[in-house]
Ligand binder design. Structure first.
Ligand SMILES: Cc1cc2nc3c(=O)[nH]c(=O)nc-3n(C[C@H](O)[C@H](O)[C@H](O)COP(=O)(O)OP(=O)(O)OC[C@H]3O[C@@H](n4cnc5c(N)ncnc54)[C@H](O)[C@@H]3O)c2cc1C
Length: 488
């Protein structure tokens, strides 16, 4: 089966790509190949208690589909509902082919064509072809989360659970719970599990910046009461984009001041009884992602004594809990390993270009949307310092601009190529969080200079992806006539 564009993945990015392709390239055929049986990606996979966004829905939602719920920080089911309704409203759901895991993609320059090998959920093999392949497959392994492993785990008599594989109807009522981790998942789980658990301890090796934020955005709701939906959504979105850019800039320019400000706010939320050292990281704000907690729910749970934080390292597991390096023991009935994700570039598919295998760890990322020396191949990767969807929307717009440009000029292939000897791969990850460090070898690199450098800046990307020249001298185009001659 042939399509002009094949999109891999039906999460936020794939649904957004579908919308932009329909709206901006109406003459093109496309399909979305999704390994799972449902759309939504992350927001369908994760089922742990309290699962929610930590960015506001005016920016995590699409530019083209207003978020009209009163909560700006939404829970997982509400986000999934929004994604389902968006896919249905624009007929994108009819373009999704479920139960189709892409395992291999092979580019032929002679035919200017991708051949895509798929394994279906009932074990069949299928072959699809397309002119352009757009990866919207996220950034982590769906099969399992990251689990470092500790001595003696097998001895533990209670239950060990990873948030990525949360057991259905898991009852932890009355249990003493230890949550290992200090990232977004841990700070969500801890207050959520205090609903029925006897007590919840967050056990962290090192602290993270945690910032309380109102779950409701009064300005956005005020706009929604007075203005048409799309106008209100657009204004709320821009307000939040600009505020986020402003705070990020301040934090990077005056790191010590930002650090002290965040710690002061944490102390004010926690009250004088709680030691704020548990919320005083060794790094500066935005070296790693900040954790936002709606209405300070984590701080409140600690203040009320329903939860506490321990900063220490695990020595080993025992029958009844964990033994810490300090010599202390934590008793637990349930241990949740909120230890993160395993990075996985390009949905784990094996990519070849004219028979040569691509090692993504050796590629350079062009504008954060394509890769060096891989023709007609895009991928969607959101921001690390702002909502994912902001970059996903821009990426899809760029894909459509590129396709329309190639059509107008009669080009069959577009390949970013680095010909500037001064531009070299820069292995610095966008954040120094554990999962980026663990994935450093396998993930694509940014370059030392534009258009290969990633600025993590929406305004800059908007100018570059929406308005910048498509024919910028870095993307090399192959005329259609050349391809037809070769393949004839
Ligand atoms: C718990 C959690 C909370 C988060 N909270 C936020 C937040 O608040 N704000 C924010 O901006 N970001 C957040 N993120 C990041 C989040 O992943 C993005 O916001 C967004 O959901 C990513 O969407 P996506 O469509 O690009 O990828 P995903 O949601 O990961 O979807 C990828 C889809 O591709 C499919 N797929 C993968 N490989 C293949 C293959 N080989 N063949 C076929 N299909 C394939 C998967 O099955 C999946 O459906 C969070 C992430 C997690 C894990």
């Amino acid at each position: 089966m042939h399509f002009d564009v094949l999109v891999v993945g039906a999460g936020i990015s794939g649904i957004g790509a579908g919308y932009h392709l329909q709206a901006r390239c109406p003459g093109k055929t496309y399909a979305i190949l999704e390994a799972r049986e449902r759309l939504g990606g992350t927001w369908d996979l994760f089922k742990y208690p309290g699962i929610r966004s930590d960015s506001d829905m005016y920016t995590l939602g699409f530019s083209f589909r207003p978020w009209t719920e009163p909560q700006a920080i939404a829970d997982g089911p509400a986000i999934l509902k929004y994604l389902r309704e968006t896919a249905e409203a624009y007929g994108i759901d009819r373009k999704i082919r479920y139960g189709r895991k892409v395992v291999r993609a092979s580019w032929s320059s002679e035919a200017a064509l991708w051949t895509v090998d798929v394994t279906t959920s009932d074990g069949r093999s299928e072959q699809w072809t397309c002119s352009f392949l757009q990866m919207c497959s996220g950034y982590y392994d769906y099969d399992a989360g990251y689990m470092p492993g500790w001595p003696g785990m097998e001895r533990f008599k209670g239950r060990i659970v990873h948030p990525q594989a949360w057991p259905k109807d898991f009852d932890y009522a009355g249990a003493r719970v230890v949550v290992i981790g200090s990232g977004a998942t841990a700070v969500t789980l801890v207050p959520a599990m205090t609903d029925t658990a006897a007590h919840v301890t967050m056990l962290q090796r090192s602290p993270t910046y945690v910032v309380a934020r109102p779950a409701i955005d009064p300005i956005a709701n005020w706009l929604h009461r007075r203005l048409p939906e799309t106008v209100a959504h657009g204004l709320a979105r821009w307000k939040n984009i600009l505020l986020q850019m402003y705070f990020y800039r301040i934090a990077r320019r005056q790191p010590e001041r930002a650090k002290q400000g965040i710690i002061r706010m944490a102390q004010a939320e926690l009250g004088p009884e709680v030691d704020v050292r548990h919320f005083t990281p060794r790094y500066f704000p935005w070296d790693q992602r900040l954790c936002l907690v709606p209405d300070g729910d984590l701080f409140k749970a600690i203040r009320d004594g329903r939860a506490d934080v321990v900063t220490d390292e695990i020595d080993s597991f025992s029958e009844t809990g964990v033994r810490l390096r300090s010599g202390a023991d934590l008793t637990a009935d349930v241990i949740v390993t909120a230890t993160g994700l395993k990075m996985k570039p390009a949905g784990g598919i094996a990519v070849t270009v004219d028979g040569a295998a691509v090692d993504f760890g050796k590629t350079m990322n062009y504008k954060g949307v394509m890769y060096s020396d891989i023709p007609n191949f895009g991928s969607t990767f959101g921001y690390t310092n702002a909502s994912w969807t902001l970059k996903a929307d821009l990426t899809a717009e760029y894909l459509c601009r590129l396709i329309n440009f190639m059509d107008r000029r009669g080009y069959a292939a577009a390949t970013p190529r680095n010909t500037d000897p001064e531009t070299v791969p820069d292995a610095t990850p966008p954040l120094n969080s554990g999962y980026f460090q663990r994935g450093a070898d396998i993930m694509p690199k940014q370059g030392s200079k534009a258009p290969w450098k990633l600025y993590q800046n929406y305004a800059r990307d908007l100018m570059s992806l929406r308005f910048g020249r498509v024919d910028d001298g870095t993307v090399v185009f192959t005329p259609r006539a050349e391809v037809s001659r070769k393949s004839a």
